[in-house]
Write a protein that binds this ligand. Structure first.
Ligand SMILES: Cc1ncc(COP(=O)(O)O)c(C=O)c1O
Length: 394
C-alpha cells in the first residue's frame, strides 16, 4: 500500500499532469479493477480527479487518459493486511498456497495473506533472481538434491550470492514442506539479490534472499497426446537459457503463442536451427530405429526430469525395448519424421506429442515408448531410490 501512496504522490508532481477540481460524484468505473476493491468502513481520500496527459512527442497531439484517484483509500498497516486476507479469500479455489518461507521474515507462515515479497527486491524490479521447483509425491520430495544443485548453479551464473549454505537451504525447504503438511503438490523456491533500493546495480542489496512456497496440486499426470507448434518468439541466448532465472518473458510469450494457435506448447529451435526445448520442458523423440533421441543441453536448460528419463531409459535398452539412447543435435527434419515425440519436465513428467505444426507424429497416436517412460518416472517418484526421493518428516 505504501507503493500506492507514493505513486499517487508522484502523479501529482508530474509536470504532465493537470489537476482539476472534483465536479461531483466519482465514477468507480474508471478505477482499475484491482483498486475498485473497497472494503466496508475504510477511509477514502477525496482529493479530486487527475488528468494524465501522455505524449511520446511534445509536438504531437497528446493522448488523454483520465484517471480518477479520488477513491483510492489511505490504509493503515492493519487495514492493508485485512485487505490482503480478503483478496486471498476471494481467490480461493484456484491454487492453494499451503506454506511460505521467507528469509526476510526469517520463518515460515501458513497464512496466504502474509506470502508476499518486498517490492524493492532486485528480483522484483530487475529480474535479478533464480528459481527452481521440486515435486512432492506421497510425502517425498522428488529429485530435491538435483533441483537444489541446479538453483545453486543458476545463482552462480546470475551472480546471486547464497543467503545460507547448501545444507541450510535444503533444511529450510524440507521444513517448509513439513509445515505445509502437503503430501502431493510442488515446492517452488527463489534465490534473489534481495531488497535494497531501485537501482540497476545490486550493490545496495545487502542481504540476498531465499523464498519458498508449497502449492497443493493433486491433479493426475496426463498421458493424452498434445499438439505443439514452432515458436516464433526468439529463443534466449545460450548464456541465459542454461540458467533458470526469473526472466521468463520469452517463455510466457511462447506459451501464449501456442495457446493462441490451439497448441499446448511452442518448441524453440536454437540459433543453428536445431531443436532446442519447450518453454518449461525439454523435448525428446523415439526414432524409427527405436532410439531415444534428445537435444544436448549446452544451449538449453538442463532438465532434471529429462536427465532422469535418460538414466531410466538405459533399463529399456537392457530389456531390448529401446535400441539406444542418443543426446546430440537434432534437426527439425529428424524430429518431424520420428515415430514418437514427447515433452519432458517436472510439471508434466512425460507427455506425448501427436502433432508438430502441420506434421502428424508417427501414426498420430500417443507413442507406446513415451507411455512406458511416463510410467517409469511415476514409478520412480513413488518408489525410486532415496537418491531421488527425500522423505519429509511431518
Ligand atoms: C526452459 C525449461 N526447459 C526445461 C525445463 C524442464 O526442467 P525440469 O525437468 O527440471 O523441470 C524447464 C522446467 O522448469 C524449463 O523452464
Amino acid at each position: 500500500m505504501a507503493s500506492l501512496q507514493s505513486s499517487s504522490k508522484r502523479i501529482s508532481h508530474n509536470p504532465h499532469i493537470t489537476r482539476k477540481p472534483v465536479a461531483h460524484s466519482h465514477s468507480l468505473s474508471v478505477i482499475p479493477r484491482n483498486l475498485a476493491f473497497l472494503g466496508p468502513g475504510l477511509r477514502h481520500v477525496q482529493h479530486g480527479s487527475v488528468k494524465i496527459i501522455r505524449s511520446s512527442n511534445r509536438t504531437e497531439a497528446a493522448t488523454d487518459y483520465s484517471i480518477q484517484v479520488s477513491d483510492v483509500p489511505m490504509l493503515t498497516c492493519a487495514e492493508a493486511i485485512e485487505r490482503l486476507k480478503t483478496n486471498r479469500e476471494n481467490r480461493k479455489g484456484k491454487q492453494e498456497f499451503l506454506a511460505m518461507y521467507s528469509s526476510i521474515f526469517g520463518g515460515i507462515t501458513t497464512d496466504p495473506a502474509a506470502m508476499v515479497i518486498p517490492i524493492d527486491d532486485h528480483m522484483v524490479h530487475r529480474g535479478h533472481g533464480v528459481f527452481d521447483t521440486a515435486g512432492i509425491r506421497d510425502g517425498y520430495l522428488y529429485e530435491l538434491d538435483q533441483h537444489i544443485d541446479r538453483i545453486i548453479r543458476s545463482a552462480s551464473m546470475a551472480k546471486v550470492d547464497l543467503p545460507f549454505d547448501r545444507e541450510s537451504i535444503r533444511r529450510i525447504l524440507i521444513q517448509t514442506v513439513s509445515a505445509s503438511k502437503c503430501k502431493t503438490g510442488s515446492l517452488r523456491y527463489w534465490l534473489s539479490a534481495g531488497p535494497g533500493d531501485f537501482q540497476l546495480s545490486p550493490s545496495g542489496c545487502d542481504q540476498p534472499a531465499l523464498y519458498a512456497i508449497v502449492l497443493q496440486d493433486q491433479s493426475p499426470f496426463s498421458s493424452k497426446g498434445i499438439k505443439v507448434v514452432t515458436s516464433s518468439i526468439p529463443i534466449k541466448h545460450p548464456q541465459f537459457a542454461v540458467m533458470k532465472s526469473v526472466n521468463y518473458l520469452p517463455n510466457v510469450l511462447s506459451k501464449m503463442e501456442a495457446e493462441e494457435k490451439g497448441a499446448f506448447a511452442a518448441i524453440w529451435l536454437d540459433g543453428d536451427g536445431f531443436i532446442a526445448e519447450g518453454p518449461n520442458m525439454n523435448v525428446a523423440f523415439v526414432t524409427k530405429e527405436k532410439e531415444l533421441l534428445m537435444p544436448q543441453f549446452d544451449k538449453i536448460l538442463s532438465g532434471c526430469t529429462a536427465k532422469r528419463v535418460l538414466a531410466l531409459a538405459e533399463g529399456l535398452v537392457k530389456e531390448g525395448k529401446l535400441r539406444g539412447v542418443r543426446v546430440e543435435n537434432v534437426t527439425v527434419e529428424e524430429g518431424k519424421k520420428a515415430d514418437e515425440m514427447m515433452l519432458i519436465g517436472s510439471g508434466i513428467l512425460v507427455r506425448p506429442i501427436v502433432q508438430w505444426d502441420e506434421q502428424i507424429i508417427g501414426d498420430g497416436k500417443e507413442g507406446p515408448l513415451t507411455q512406458i517412460l511416463l510410467n517409469l518416472i511415476i514409478e520412480d517418484m513413488e518408489s525410486g531410490p532415496l537418491t531421488v526421493r527425500t522423505p519429509v518428516p511431518y
